[in-house]
Design a protein around this ligand. Structure first.
Ligand code: AMP
Ligand code: GLY
Length: 424
């Protein structure tokens, strides 16, 4: 069959690698893709938000399955547009992708269906938010309602910081229309864990757990990023926690969406915090995590296309997800300056060292071909270096070893990805 992946980051590269291993795929396309994805798929220069061009392309090439990797096109209804044109699409429709696209929607859903999450209030007007803050316990968490590249969350330690935050989000519109509404949330403490799942509308099958590192600097310092590295599985995610979450969070969420007439088909990513009062939902995403996908998918034994087709056809109950009994660590190599301004266009050396090496993956996030055909940096997060090992320690050691194989001007990484496992 012919498959088209929509997106062009490390997550889409990980999806493409899994799809290329499927016995069912004869031809793989990716729009727009990147220089790494181009090694295994034909990249087509169409942006993820160009719905009409994407649909025309998929019709013309007689694509059998479209996989939408990114949040923006899902929130904008790419699945709906393509389905109307008769295409088969993996990824939720617009009315279900709202689970990620509106934090206010997600919070109200959790409240209505008793799914554990932080207490919260929703505000449409800055004046009311400011008045509420005068008496709110500190620290307090502010969240722009809409999509903001994972950066629309502010944790405020003082009243002044919180007031400045309301101004930034609601009045200065730092995150654009995403800040038309504001969620003000209780601050929680605990370990964070990400659990990704396949959902067919009624049935949910969770994948192995993972943990991201969102801050730019070692020791969780510096600005929030899209994610600087991950490990899987999380040693803190016990069977007891899993049992609780399956019932009170995972299935409850899928049932709630169905009850609301918003059948969810695709990936639900649960961002959880393991608090002393039990696991609570920090956030939902309606897609694979990036870079969570880069540690979870290399460990998955199933044929990814088979699982995605089961989701679309509503027969996920027939599938048993299986993961290798090993561990994986992904270290992101970023451009100096990220998540703020950074330079692009630097040649990347050493990529050939990954060729033919089992257990090592070099997922491209922000790379492209220069005019003279060299692979150069083109984004903030440039590469995700993943290694698998028998346990987290071994995977971590191998990932950091491989992170030294490549070089480019301004390359930086965190040095403590997966360090938390030493406490486990
Ligand atoms: P989100 O995009 O909602 O996952 O938020 C980004 C990050 O902010 C999370 O990964 C947490 O580290 C932190 N965060 C979000 N909500 C809360 C909360 N209620 N209490 C404490 N930390 C939070
Ligand atoms: N790594 C977090 C995310 O994909 O949102």
């Amino acid at each position: 069959m012919k498959v088209l992946i929509v997106g062009g980051g490390g997550r889409e590269h990980a999806i493409a690698v899994s799809a290329s291993k499927s016995g069912r795929v004869d031809k793989l396309y990716c729009a727009p893709g990147n220089a790494g994805i181009a090694q295994i798929a034909e990249c087509v220069p169409i942006g993820a938000m160009e719905f009409e061009r994407l649909t025309d392309f998929a019709k013309e090439k007689e694509i059998d399955l479209v996989i939408v990797g990114m949040d923006d096109p899902l929130a904008g209804g790419l699945t709906d547009v393509m389905e109307e044109a008769g295409l088969r699409v993996f990824g939720p429709r617009r009315n279900a992708a709202v689970l990620e696209a509106s934090k206010a929607f997600a919070k109200d859903l959790m409240k209505k269906y008793h799914i554990p999450t932080a207490d919260y209030r929703i505000f449409d007007r800055a004046q009311e938010a400011l008045a509420y803050l005068e008496h709110a316990p500190l620290p307090v968490v502010l969240k722009a309602d809409g999509l903001a590249l994972g950066k629309g969350v502010l944790i405020c330690n003082t009243l002044q910081e919180a007031k400045d935050g309301v101004k930034e989000i609601m009045q200065d519109k730092k995150f654009g229309d995403a800040g038309n509404r504001l969620v003000i949330e209780e601050f929680m403490t605990g370990r964070e864990v990400s659990v990704l799942s396949f959902v067919d509308g009624r049935t949910i099958k969770t994948m192995t757990s993972a943990q991201d590192h969102k801050r730019a600097g070692d020791g969780d310092t510096g600005l929030n990023t899209g994610g600087m590295g991950t490990f899987s599985p999380s040693p803190f995610y016990t069977e007891e926690i899993d049992n609780y979450c399956q019932e009170h969070i995972y299935q409850a969420t899928v049932d709630a969406m169905a009850a609301e007439g918003r059948l969810f088909q695709g990936i639900i990513f649960f961002g959880l915090m393991l608090t002393d009062k039990g696991p609570k939902v920090l956030e939902y995403n309606a897609r694979f995590g990036d870079p969570e996908a880069q540690v979870v998918l290399p460990r998955m034994k199933n044929d990814i296309i088979e699982v995605m087709e089961a989701c679309i056809d509503g027969r996920l109950d027939e599938i048993e997800l299986e993961f290798e009994d090993n561990a994986a660590v992904c270290v992101v190599l970023a451009s100096g300056g990220y998540p703020l301004a950074y330079e692009k266009g630097y040649p990347i050396a050493g990529l050939e060292r990954f060729a033919g090496k089992k257990d090592y993956f070099c997922f491209h996030a922000g790379t492209k071909f220069s005019d003279d055909g060299k692979i150069v940096t083109s984004g903030g997060r440039v590469l995700g270096i993943t290694a698998c090992g028998t346990d987290l320690r071994e995977a971590r050691q191998k990932a950091y070893e491989a992170a030294e194989w490549v070089s480019f001007t301004g390359k930086y990484m965190r040095h403590d990805i997966g360090k938390a496992i030493e406490e486990a």
